[in-house]
Design a protein around this ligand. Sequence first.
Ligand code: NAD
Length: 504
Amino acid sequence: MSQRFDAAERFAEGAQYIGGSLRAGTSGRRHAVVDPATGAEILDYELAGDADIDAAVTAAERAFPQWAGATPGERSDALHRFAAVLAEQAGDFARAESAQCGKPLRLTTEFDVPGTVDNTAFFAGAARHLEGKSAGEYSADHTSYVRREPIGVVGSIAPWNYPLQMAAWKVLPAIAAGNTIVLKPAELTPLTSLMFARAATEAGIPDGVVNVVSGAGKDAGERLVGHPSVAMTSFTGSTAVGKRVAELATTTVKRLHLELGGKAPFVVFDDADLEAAVHGAVAGSLINTGQDCTAATRAYVQRPLYEAFVAGVADLMATVRLGDPFDDRTDLGPLISHTQRDRVADFVDRARSYATVVTGGEAPGGELAKGAYYLPTLVTGAPQDSEIVQAEIFGPVLVVLPFDSDDEGIALANDTPYGLAASAWSRDVYRAGRATREIKAGCVWVNDHIPIISEMPHGGYKASGYGKDMSVYSFEEYTQVKHVMYDNTAVARKDWHRTVFGAR
Ligand code: NAD
């Protein structure tokens, strides 16, 4: 069993990181970070108030000219040092993330933390590779070129499901491109975002370039989105809150980047490797206890494989070990909170009237009863238009439905408002190829489901939002393009002036 994480000692000064140091919030309202595995409070902190948001934006504004004026090489060096500091503190980050989220230490150690170190190293490289059209004479009389410039102060808002990775996905492309940032993590999970900002300072990134305000969504979040000195809003979270953020950002004409909810389909054609599909569906639906925007949530299985697939998934789900996140043997931790556990349970309970709960469908008893645990759950027989098939549940729940023709499988996959991710399972390259073309999602895996890599973009279609995280595509979102055009003729009376002066 690994050592747990002492948040109260680490954040004794407070849970706001502004201008390069930790301080307490000034809202007059407190919030508790709770270990969802036990229900024990691990930090009680004062939420950010309006004055804290304003102070963080001011710190970011002051830091902007110097950071934006640094050469790409200087920013790259700083990000390389940042990656090294994060790697040195990897164990600490993994324990903090497990403590606040209930994620198994195996997951944080092998996925969340190394992924973040790799993202940081990627953006250290990307910082030196800004691309644009080549300069040239697109009009015979002029030379044109493009400058890519940072946007200014970015205000970012992140969810609780992958707090460290979400902080990284927001902060890294923004600062690599020369912006400064104020990040608001979810109130349930501020710890690793604060540690991430502090590690940036330890790596020599100037004070004020990365600020974290730990505040409530409705007030701190809305203050940040509406702030006149914030030039861009980048939001990851639910589609419902994303719509509100979009409204607010529009009133101040901010650039907007929205990474919203998902309901990923998992389409198994009848020539698929059944063992691979079963393992892929269980791992892909249970990762992070199903609290993953790209999790496999709706498996559509072609009729000849349907029964064997359902039986295989039920058997494999029964082998998954729920337990203490700090125990190396634990496969699955609790949900983020008791509230989220009850929300998931309510979805499954409502589905009992129209569908079959094959396995799971309840919280475990015994030692785990005090935590926010819920058993891996398999549901069949639900109509395509039912809530359990259409709505984002964000828990360890997989719905399986049969289909007959390839046309039908693809149509069902596309039949929700979301379009974040999907997978297609087949040994036939043409069938799989068709699915990759016709499924409307920002990512389509073939014969796998979940892996992400720093070099490739992550982002949605449809109600899953717009804009990309990770990769050079996200880097480009945090820059604005300026066209510079030089006259080459050196004549006072240009040809085009005829449109104003006529023949004179
Ligand atoms: P949420 O939408 O409830 O909250 C997200 C963030 O928004 C939090 O920091 C919250 O405090 C803040 N917020 C809440 N109300 C706000 C308001 N009125 N104005 C401004 N900010 C406000 O989401 P959640 O429950 O924290 O996270 C789960 C959701 O995030 C799921 O829908 C999931 O699919 C989505 N998600 C999407 C991606 C992606 O890349 N597309 C990644 C991770 C999570």
